[in-house]
Design a protein around this ligand. Structure first.
Ligand SMILES: N[C@@H](CCC[C@H](N)C(=O)O)C(=O)O
Length: 292
């Protein structure tokens, strides 16, 4: 419960350093924080500090509850992989529930995290969307409806982009058309990231994953997120990376993705076409803050 005299009660969580302010909003359908206020709450100097604000809202349809999220720039994405692991633990702890599967409605449809005995959270992230108009991107499809290794000119280089939606849009690159592979430590993300995020070929902007392959089952990935910039991890981005790697024929369906904040295990299961993500979600502190 929250918002006595405009004070917001929250718990801060992080999943591999991707950090969120979580709000138990299950008593009313309107989020207790507006998009404009979310920018202030996420500010690392003037607010709590975080990559986004996430709400547990009343259920819509045959689910346990609904998730909504604002990025730190106030925009509203459809899904957040690290965030939904944090949300499942947050709600389970509020309700004193044990290991259990949650059915959560999101703007990307039904997402189902399972709290495991070992403390990790395994999330059924649903099926990836590959058709260009639904991602959305205006890059021309190269494999059926899918955009796989399409050329995109950014900063004088032709990057090979594979586009995947996990409910939210992702553009994944393993290298450039002249055969240069990505070395994640050499990237100037703050400089090149926005040039992908706001590129005209991505009408809803995009998250961008830069991926260095260690072997077919292990990669390093750095991300520039739509609406949040460089973050320490991106769950939907790790899922999109493995889907893109399989489509390009360079990764196995089960793959470890090392992010700056730590590893995620990803499986794109052939049996049901769903992507499964396993990783941690940890509380940092509980507090309350004055909303502007
Ligand atoms: N960090 C998240 C993704 C959050 C949303 C993203 N910035 C967007 O706008 O699509 C994750 O872990 O998936």
């Amino acid at each position: 419960m929250a918002n006595i005299a405009n004070r917001l009660e929250f718990t801060k969580y992080q999943g591999l350093g991707n950090d969120f302010i979580l709000v138990d909003n299950r008593h009313q359908t309107d989020p207790l924080v507006t998009a404009e206020q979310a920018k202030f709450v996420c500010d690392r100097n003037f607010g709590v500090g975080g990559d986004g604000v996430i709400f547990a809202l009343p259920p819509e349809g045959d689910v346990d509850y609904t998730m909504r999220i604002f990025n730190s720039d106030g925009s509203e994405p459809e899904m957040c992989g690290n965030g939904i692991r944090c949300l499942a633990r947050f709600v389970a702890e509020k309700d004193n529930a044990g290991p259990v599967t949650h059915r959560i409605h999101t703007l990307a449809g039904l997402i189902q995290p399972t709290l495991q005995e070992d403390g990790q959270v395994c999330v059924d992230m649903g099926a990836p969307i590959l058709a260009a108009p639904q991602i959305p991107t205006t890059l021309q499809p190269t494999q059926g409806e899918a955009v796989v290794q399409a050329n995109l000119a950014v900063e004088g280089r032709e990057w090979l982009m594979t586009c995947v939606s996990m409910g939210n849009p992702h553009a994944v690159t393993f290298g450039t058309a002249d055969g240069q592979t990505i070395k994640v430590d050499e990237l100037d993300l703050a400089h090149i990231g926005p040039k992908f995020e706001k590129n005209a070929v991505f009408p809803a902007r995009t998250n961008t994953e830069f991926v260095e392959i260690l072997n077919r089952g292990h990669v390093r990935m750095h991300v520039w997120e739509r609406g949040a910039g460089a973050t320490l991890a991106c769950g939907t981005g790790a899922c999109a990376t493995v889907v893109a790697g399989v489509l390009e024929g360079v990764l196995d369906r089960t793959c470890r993705v090392d992010l700056p904040g730590g590893p995620l295990m990803i499986e794109w299961r052939e049996a049901d076409n769903h992507v499964y993500m396993t990783g941690p979600a940890l509380p940092v502190f509980t507090g309350n803050m004055q909303l502007p």
